[in-house]
Design a protein around this ligand. Sequence first.
Ligand code: BEZ
Length: 211
Amino acid sequence: MALRLGDVAPDFSATTTEGPIQFHQWLGNSWGVLFSHPADYTPVCTTELGMVAKIKAEFEKRHVKVIAVSVDPLDSHHGWIKDINETQRCTMNFPIIADEGRKVAALYDMIHPNVDDKATVRSVFVIGPDKKIKLTLTYPASTGRNFVEILRVIDSLQLTANHKVATPADWKQGEDCIVSPTVSDADAQKLFPHGIRRVKPYLRYTPQPSA
Ligand code: BEZ
């Protein structure tokens, strides 16, 4: 069955370009992003891995470890990394899982046979420090992902894990948040000292609570 939000992210052992890992142990207390690629030496994937390498510091700032998975062998990954570094003007700085046996792909339901019965789709799993799945995304092979959007979502996930707020459409770090519908007006006055803007009884804004 497909993995759902709130499920524990399946643990696995794997060979990666940075050595063997046990996934949960590798995550430790960090957040994690596990994302799949249809295959090595493919153009869109090359740009995606280069982009993540270039903005890895943004993930680190948020205590997020990133790891890619592709169903090709380790020597292929190492050769491909040279191309990624050359063409994307970056230095690969996070592991790629060599999932030749498609173990990780099967555990995370990354092969969608009505599209392709061998290559993975572009899956993204954001995993919390409790090892539970906080977000899933599925893109087709033909569409590269927007990793700035993934950082934006992580900001929202981390904020809403710690405060009784939700984030509105297109919200970005520093913008007003929505008071969680489960919070009464009376409690909201106490919880949000910077005040509440009440547009409707069910639509109440507050400045972003600080970390
Ligand atoms: C790519 O990464 O460029 C790609 C992979 C599979 C199908 C189409 C594009």
